[in-house]
Design a protein around this ligand. Structure first.
Ligand SMILES: Cc1cc2nc3c(=O)[nH]c(=O)nc-3n(C[C@H](O)[C@H](O)[C@H](O)COP(=O)(O)OP(=O)(O)OC[C@H]3O[C@@H](n4cnc5c(N)ncnc54)[C@H](O)[C@@H]3O)c2cc1C
Length: 417
């Protein structure tokens, strides 16, 4: 069923009884050409582009929970292309271009809103670094504007510019940055993949990876064995555990990242604001809730929930940056498990096992990467060669020491960035 204004009117006249399920609930088949482990944003977009770009539809996505129940439905929804280093720049630039056409492409409202993202700076040194980043973004073909303190004040008058610890000197504005509705992105890709023939199988945990003579032959699951010519591990925070099923030890640490939302208030925060010194970022959802987050928990964990020390740190940063937030009531907070790589950049690669592929290492920023990641991973699975935008995301960089240390790169010491 195609969604349109006409369809809404038609269904309203039929009292809404004619809406078809958004995707099928198939039983797993005994064998597929390609099995994708993980029904998050990256697994679903990979399945979609395998079908759409490469005509490969004998594909199953195996999800141990429900579609969108992982990090893709837990993040703070920020979408941007403001990277500095080659390797990342072209990839995230490609992703933002895909975002800009995504709703028409998927015939699904993912509520992509290019409301502008502002990175604050607090010293002359930081201003120079932001100017360099902005120039790199423009060289890549994306947008960036360096704002003085007075220019910035016109955009965000409610910030505390004169705070004692980190007075605000200005900001880098990325107008094409913004937000999208996180779980709608998963559902949109799921619907697109399903309509092209991909089987989306929920409540199906992969418990083993079958390997014969150095080649993958299938997977063991909570719903029985499934044979496959190719298998892709796309499980974000669980990547270390899933790769261990194939005897691999990844350069990945899993850490909890928490997020928060307040009660709905009138429109007040019109941009996405990133306050690097406090490691705090905030935007306002279409329902009016202030959505914000902070730093990782500093110890590795698979606990998909929040905790009080995280709350305290984030609330302190929030109050420092915009004291008015103290008037809003926090409704909920939650956690997701981040797959942190040593250089803060992702991995999209083949492995030493024939037919076994890996997509992980998304750190804090994998939501905005969902379109380009699916595009590049589908290309890798279909052709065996890395896509031009993801050539640097290979595992070998951890052996050669040529990392892409763009936003992070602090190894296991994530509290040092
Ligand atoms: C609080 C928070 C805020 C964030 N903010 C942003 C942001 O503003 N912008 C941004 O770009 N990124 C952000 N991120 C990061 C982003 O959400 C993640 O990098 C991204 O969603 C990870 O990829 P995914 O969607 O494929 O992961 P997931 O949705 O976690 O998908 C992985 C799936 O694999 C499944 N799985 C695991 N093991 C198995 C198994 N054995 N068998 C079958 N299935 C399995 C899981 O159930 C899960 O559904 C944030 C993350 C969090 C937690």
């Amino acid at each position: 069923m195609r969604y349109s204004g006409f369809q809404i009117v038609k269904q309203a006249l039929g009292l809404g009884n004619g809406w078809a399920p958004v995707w099928r609930q198939p039983e797993p088949k005994p064998a597929y050409d390609i099995v994708i482990i993980g029904g998050g944003g990256h697994g679903l977009s990979t399945a979609y582009y395998l079908a759409k770009n490469h005509g490969l539809t004998n594909v199953a996505v195996l999800e141990k929970g429900y579609l969108g129940g992982g990090n893709v439905g837990r993040n703070t929804t920020m979408v941007r292309a403001n990277y500095y280093l080659p390797g990342n720049s072209e990839f995230y630039s490609h992703s933002l271009k895909l975002w800009e056409g995504l709703e028409a492409e998927l015939n699904y409202n993912v509520m992509h809103s290019q409301r502008g993202l502002i990175n604050l700076f607090h010293s002359d040194g930081q201003r120079d670094a932001m100017a360099r980043r902005g120039n790199a973004m423009r060289n890549q073909g994306d947008d960036a504007e360096l704002l003085t303190k007075e220019q910035l004040r016109r955009h965000v008058p409610y910030l505390d510019f004169e705070q004692t610890r980190f007075p605000i000197h200005g900001g880098l504005l990325h107008r094409r940055g913004g937000t999208a509705r996180h779980d709608a992105v998963a559902w949109g890709y799921a619907r697109g993949a399903d309509s092209r023939g991909v089987d989306l199988i929920q409540n199906c945990e992969v418990t083993g990876i079958d390997i014969e003579a150095g080649r993958v032959t299938g997977v063991q699951t909570s719903r029985g064995p499934i044979r496959a010519k190719k298998v892709a591990m796309i499980t974000a925070g669980r990547s270390g555990q899933v790769a261990a099923l194939a005897g691999m030890r990844l350069p990945i640490e899993s850490h909890v990242l928490q997020a928060y939302v307040t009660e709905g208030i009138k429109p007040a925060v019109n941009h996405v604001i990133s306050y690097g010194m406090g490691h705090f970022y905030i935007c306002q959802s279409d329902k009016g809730g202030l959505v914000f987050g902070g730093d990782l928990d500093f110890y590795p964990s698979y606990a998909q929930r929040g905790n009080l020390p995280g709350v305290e740190q984030v609330m302190e940063a929030a109050m420092t940056l915009m004291p008015m937030i103290g008037r809003a009531k926090v409704l909920r907070h939650w956690g997701g498990v981040m797959d942190m790589s040593p250089d803060g950049s992702p991995i999209i690669d083949t492995t030493h096992i024939g037919g076994l592929f890996l997509n992980c290492g998304w750190n804090y920023g994998g939501f905005k990467a969902v379109p380009a990641s699916g595009w590049a991973t589908a290309h890798l699975i279909a052709t065996g060669a890395p896509h031009a935008t993801a050539e640097r995301f290979r595992l070998e960089r951890f052996r050669d020491g040529v990392g892409i240390m763009d936003e992070e790169g602090t190894g296991a010491q994530h509290n040092l960035h």
